[in-house]
Design a protein around this ligand. Structure first.
Ligand code: AMP
Length: 404
């Protein structure tokens, strides 16, 4: 049994639609949600968003429901996905339950106290387990080990209480250990933010990587996995500043990255787009190898280049997967470089005066280090890349993008 929406905001009688889905409910309403909605609209689907900031980027593309309006949001959507990885796992579990085939109507109506307006939804993608793992660094590392995916060596360090932060602390000397514990562990010294949920710390080996790369792939409802090329990422103050696609000179690592991401997606029975961040470093024989750092169970900033640079963008492929349509080709159509605009907008006229620039604003207010837009360049060769990138950086107020 399926429900379709008769809400006047939804697209009706779409002649090419092959699934009974009309409205996609997205948890989160940031720029990722906005770009997902752009792709969804192109295919004839409408998106709505669960987001507490009413003027979020996605609000230009569909109705925004606050967390107080969760029930209305759920009733109006046929299928669910997310663009924000700190979404509470319980919400995602509940949404998945609404679409579990094994539930009978009786279960839904009585045991789970869910009325007919909630039943039956077409799915929650990605599955809650992917979110749980991405929110728990120890679980993430353990999964890499379990699946034989080489990762940064780590050690679980239990703490008496727990710390609800996501802080990192680089330890360079013995004295730093006490400082790190005081800041992150909290329990021993009584400092830090203690919470009722125990969250053990983990100590990771410091990796002298030569480059940071990532791979993005999409998995469809039938289990097909299609991966994009490896891309190289450069950061500024810990924030992604620039992505180059493909990552030059990494063809010998591509298979390893694709095998790793396929294993992860198949193991999690994942549907949609997943990103895997990796370090390039040397193995014991001095050869290049990859170490997995972390996963992001959603479309990812290092995949924005694919809007112009790939046959099918990561956003369109995620929507295709979520609604059960065939996946699109992930091949690169043109080498690209994506630069994030952080904090302050450049003059549009200056950006567009550079040949081959694609500008994407997120309609956000300026704020220090905030991602407010991105620009993709599509140079024909390395010489042109250097020239165009230098031109672009020169018109960006904080010159982000020149590193690396
Ligand atoms: P993460 O929150 O894991 O994405 O880490 C943010 C950044 O910190 C990464 O992009 C790396 O530049 C750096 N980093 C994280 N873990 C390590 C590590 N084990 N060794 C060296 N650098 C790291």
């Amino acid at each position: 049994m399926t429900t379709t929406n008769t809400d006047s905001n939804t697209v009706n009688n779409n002649p090419i639609q092959t699934t009974p889905i009309q409205t996609i409910g997205i948890l989160g309403g940031g720029q990722l949600g906005m770009m997902l909605a752009e792709s969804a609209m192109q295919l004839g689907y409408r998106c709505i968003f669960l987001e507490d900031a009413p003027n979020c980027p996605a609000s230009l593309y569909g109705k925004v429901y606050s967390s107080q309006q969760l029930e209305d949001f759920v009733k109006k959507a046929d299928v669910f996905t997310l663009e924000f990885e700190n979404t509470p796992v319980e919400t995602v579990q509940w949404l998945q339950q609404l679409s579990t085939d094994s539930d009978t109507d009786e279960d839904i109506n009585t045991n789970k106290n869910i009325d007919n307006e909630f039943s039956k939804k077409q799915g929650m993608y990605p599955p809650p387990i992917a979110l749980e793992i991405a929110q728990d660094r120890l679980a993430e590392k353990s999964l890499f080990n379990q699946l034989d995916i080489a990762t940064v060596p780590f050690l679980s360090v239990s703490s008496r209480g727990g710390y609800d932060g996501k802080g990192q602390f680089v330890i360079r000397s013995n004295e730093d250990i006490a400082k790190a514990w005081a800041e992150l562990g909290g329990a021993v010294t009584g400092q830090g933010n203690l919470t009722s949920t125990p969250a053990p710390l983990i100590a990771e080996g410091f990796i002298n990587f030569s480059r940071e790369v990532s791979i993005i792939a999409v998995r469809g409802q039938g289990g097909e996995v299609r991966a994009y090329d490896l891309v190289e990422n450069h950061h500024y103050n810990g924030i992604l500043a620039k992505t180059q696609a493909p990552a030059i000179g990494t063809s010998h690592l591509k298979q390893m990255a694709q095998t790793a991401i396929s294993k992860l997606m198949n193991h999690l029975n994942y549907v949609g787009v997943l990103a895997l961040e990796l370090f390039v470093c040397k193995d014991e024989h001095g050869n290049d190898t990859l170490l997995a750092n972390e996963i992001a169970p959603r479309v990812h900033n290092s995949g924005h280049w694919s809007i112009e640079g790939a046959v099918t963008s990561q956003f369109e492929n995620h929507i295709r997967a979520v609604v059960g349509l065939p996946l699109g080709d992930t091949a690169i159509v043109h080498p690209s470089i994506m630069v994030n605009v952080l904090g302050e907008y450049p003059k549009l006229v200056d950006v567009l005066a550079i040949d081959g620039c694609h500008y994407h604003t997120y309609h956000k207010e300026e704020r220090d280090n905030r991602k407010i837009a991105h620009i993709t360049l599509m140079p024909t060769d390395t010489a042109q890349l250097k020239e165009r990138l230098a031109e672009l950086v020169s018109v960006l107020p904080n010159k982000v993008g020149e590193s690396g």
